[in-house]
Ligand binder design. Structure first.
Ligand code: NOJ
Length: 556
């Protein structure tokens, strides 16, 4: 297996709107990020992926870009951005930009021109179709509710938007679109950024016949088979690789909704022809039901182990994994996969961190995860800000497909806003995030859960993450070792090994609050192995018994 700096790195994701506000307007900003670089350095992360900071009307918090070469005013200026890059580089921290090129904002100059007339030189930058018998060109639903097609009076045609109607999809079939995108990427690389996280990059190539999708219980047809991993996606990414990526020593991670192991081996092939790694979605889709992610069902551990182990084993030596349990689109990992009740919150957050950070791949930490931050779980719909949450609530309840009480329970468990509340820095007003009015409420547990307390306390979740990151730097086995799952059928515990040259690790994890008996392989039994890390002071105190959410890593 080839060695690479991006395989050995730990990435920290910043959602700028909620990270740190420096000027009291209630919205996070670039100067706020700069003020926390020392905190991040101390944590030990190597790379920051920062969610979009470009000019945007903020229909989807910046995933709707109106100018790829300008910074969103409320976040700062291009000078601020350059200062951030310099300050980060001075601390040996790299910066990944979020690249959103499946779609732009409808306020992007290209789209403003495109919609004016069918003769416009920008017309084919987007996907325009005639209606069918006065209706949409096909039955596809958009990810944020409603039809994926929006009628435009000016030319009596429809444009495609896989997300909100303010996010028209770019037409990657048009070579001019690809050239514009590659020029823009080169421009950012010349400024000195260190790579890209590529938003829904698996969706840039569409099946050109645009057929109807299957209707599975909602109101619209499923477009996934026709927009995800489409016919030309690898060709487009290979072109991007030739035109941009291969020219710089940068890191790339593609967000790849709908990706299978077979597809991932193409996107993230060791031959460097496309991207370095992808985010797969299988493990965060466990338990999805009739309305997709809108469910209150808890995950099944056997399923989680099966999925994570499949990715570990099948990509080995062929492609590279990215490791994550949470991000700005997912609920808080401790609430979803752990136990956020006060007595178990920290211990289970550390157990989950052990689970992910001991695997092969590049780990991603989502802001606040290192503090054990929990779901917001707001009771009132008026506390939510996310376009997806608000649209889907309306669509499903109006169509009487689900009651509003049930839908609120789903939202409390799965809304993206659960993880988008301000980072809790201290126990002062607004958790130290802003001196003004935060754009979304701070969770009321900030007096107990905040960075000041976490940094001050040696046994905190923060210091546990710090140790995990340090161990990865010191032990090649954690980066490159071969993974093997030991107990696929056990419904309560997760046990796996890593093997590298003459070394071996055993990872033991209890996913429940009850004591669990585990059968530790003979070679690791008492006295033979040392403990690398544990979330209890006296790990394995009772031989072969894991206490509530206990995590232990043994080393031979
Ligand atoms: C995936 C991003 O992570 C999400 O936040 C966004 O809403 C969609 N892509 C659309 O850009």
């Amino acid at each position: 297996m080839k060695k690479a700096w991006w395989k050995e790195s730990v990435v920290y994701q910043i959602y700028p709107k909620s990270f740190k506000d420096s000027n009291g307007d209630g919205v996070g900003d670039i100067q706020g990020i700069i003020s926390k670089l020392d905190y991040l350095k101390e944590l030990g992360v190597d790379v920051l992926w920062i969610s979009p900071m470009y000019a945007s009307p903020m229909d989807d918090n910046g995933y709707d870009i109106s100018d790829y070469r300008a910074i969103y005013e409320e976040y700062g200026t291009m000078e601020d951005f350059k200062a951030l890059l310099k300050e980060a580089h001075d601390r040996k921290i790299k910066i990944l930009m979020d690249l959103v090129v499946n779609h732009t904002s409808d306020e992007h100059a290209w789209f403003i021109e495109s919609r004016k007339s069918i003769e416009s030189p920008y017309r084919d930058y987007y996907i325009w179709k005639n209606g069918k018998q006065g209706k949409e060109p096909n039955n596809w639903g958009a990810c944020f509710g409603g039809s994926a097609w929006e009628y435009d009076k000016q030319t009596d045609m429809y444009y495609l938007h896989c997300f909100s109607k303010k996010q028209p999809d770019l037409n990657w079939e048009n070579p001019r679109v690809r050239t514009e995108v590659f020029d823009m990427m080169n421009w950012w690389c010349e400024i000195g950024i260190d790579g890209f996280r590529m938003d829904v990059i698996s969706m840039i190539s569409k099946v050109q016949t645009y057929p109807d999708g299957e209707v599975n219980g909602g109101l619209y047809g499923n477009s996934s088979p026709f927009v995800m991993n489409g016919p030309r996606v690898h060709e487009f990414l290979q072109e991007m690789n030739r035109e941009v990526l291969s020219r710089y020593d940068i890191m790339t991670v593609g967000e790849a909704a709908g990706v299978t192991v077979e597809e991932a081996k193409k996107y993230a092939n060791e031959d460097d022809s496309e991207l370095n790694m992808v985010f797969q979605f299988e493990h965060v889709s466990i338990g999805d039901g009739r309305f997709g992610k809108w469910t209150t069902k808890r995950f099944d551990l056997v399923e989680l182990k099966r999925i994570l182990s499949k990715w570990q084993t099948e990509l080995k030596g062929k492609a590279w994994n990215s490791l994550y349990l949470g991000n700005h689109d997912q609920p808080r990992s401790v609430s979803r996969f752990g136990d956020d009740r006060p007595e178990y919150r920290e211990v289970s957050a550390k157990m989950l961190a052990t689970c992910i950070h001991m695997m092969q791949g590049t780990p991603y930490i989502y802001q606040g995860e290192e503090l054990g931050m929990t779901n917001a779980g707001f009771e009132q719909l008026t506390d939510y800000r996310d376009i997806e949450t608000l649209n889907i609530y309306q669509e499903l309840t109006e169509a009487k497909l689900i009651s509003s009480e049930e839908m609120m329970q789903c939202i409390k468990a799965r809304s993206r806003d659960n993880a988008r509340t301000p980072v809790q820095w201290d126990d002062g007003a607004n958790a130290g995030f802003t001196t003004g009015n935060p754009w979304i409420a701070v969770i009321d547990n900030y007096k107990e859960i905040n960075a000041a307390d976490q940094v001050a306390r040696a046994d905190s979740v923060y210091h546990y993450y710090q140790k995990l990151i340090q161990l990865r730097k010191e032990n090649e086995i954690i980066v490159y070792g071969t993974y093997e799952l030991l107990n696929p059928e056990d419904t309560n515990t997760f046990m796996y090994t890593r093997t590298y040259e003459k070394e071996k690790l055993l990872v033991l994890l209890n996913f429940t609050e009850k004591e669990q008996l585990v059968s530790i392989p003979e070679e690791f039994s008492t006295g033979k192995a040392s403990c690398m890390i544990s979330n209890y002071e006296n790990p394995l105190q009772k031989e072969n018994i894991l206490r509530a959410y206990e995590a232990v890593v043994l080393k031979l």
